[in-house]
Design a protein around this ligand. Structure first.
Ligand SMILES: [Zn+2]
Ligand SMILES: [Zn+2]
Length: 274
């Protein structure tokens, strides 16, 4: 049968003869269905179309994986390299033999995890190719469309590899998570997906219910998200689209949360009056 992949989000579906009627991820108010309707593809079709993956160093010990032309939401996955094996974070919705070989050259994949369901991508395909567990935060377990024995749940936090710990933060999804690690220079690094999203400024970050539909979170929720993130020790952060804060990230996340909360609470409404 065929493992169907949603054209819009690239999240894998069950192995069935016919594709599902709709994509649960894209039917949600955080995503969207394109004007021409729900469309499906498969990994075989994507390979035939000429998509290819590439790997590039983001910083020592951390590599980004991108697919061109883009597939689905088009995130940049991150490969965290450790002596005990590598974590594949926010897996792409595409993987072929050449991309698998490139990742094997960097030590392969010992575990797969994502910041939230929009980033599930081809997580089971990745997990199967590397015989690696796929970790899914318990609160978002119902968003898994393609079930597989390699999927494992986790709770509030889990040390997925020595020195690499996942933390549940919430906000964008109830199970939205970050990954905490120590960089090659000894500094603490946070991989935030879009639990905490970078901005073009490279200092400020943001927090959203929906990025494509531009739905904000409330002041109370962003306060809670900030409390959880700021309880962690980190010097820099990388999101899932190349957004980053390379210095004083803890301070900038705190400032960003205060700015955001001020706006959604109405502190600056006087600045918008016609
Ligand atoms: Zn979808
Ligand atoms: Zn998302």
């Amino acid at each position: 049968m065929t493992v169907w992949i949603c054209r819009t989000c690239a999240v894998e579906q069950p192995d069935t003869v016919a594709p599902p009627g709709s994509c649960a991820v894209c039917s949600d108010d955080r995503q969207y269905v394109r004007p021409d309707g729900q469309r499906w593809t498969s990994m075989v079709e994507l390979v035939a179309e000429g998509h290819r993956g590439s790997v590039a160093e983001v910083e020592p010990g951390l590599h980004g994986i991108t697919v061109s032309p883009g597939v689905g939401i088009g995130q940049r996955s991150l490969l965290v390299r450790t002596p005990a094996g590598n974590l594949l974070w926010d897996p792409t919705g595409y993987v072929d033999d050449a991309l698998e070989a490139a990742v094997r050259e960097l030590g392969g994949v010992a575990a797969v995890a994502s910041s939230h369901p929009h980033m599930f991508g081809a997580q089971v395909e990745w997990g199967r190719r590397f015989d690696a567990p796929v970790l899914v935060q318990d609160a978002d377990r119902s968003w898994v469309q393609r079930e597989d024995p390699c999927i494992q749940g986790w709770g509030e936090s889990v040390e997925v590899l020595p020195g690499v710990t996942l933390h549940r933060i919430g906000g964008h999804f109830p199970g939205s998570a970050v990954a905490h690690l120590v960089g090659a220079d000894g500094c603490n690094v946070l991989l935030t997906g879009d639990t905490v999203a970078g901005t073009p400024d490279e200092h400020w970050v943001s927090f959203m219910r929906s990025f494509p539909n531009q739905l904000p979170l409330s002041a109370a929720v962003v306060g809670r998200v900030a409390d959880r993130v700021l309880a962690l020790d980190f010097d820099r952060l990388h999101d899932n689209f190349g957004g980053r804060v390379l210095a004083d990230a803890h301070t900038w996340v705190e400032r960003s949360a205060e700015r955001y909360i001020g706006w959604v609470r109405g502190d600056f409404d006087h600045l918008t009056e016609p």
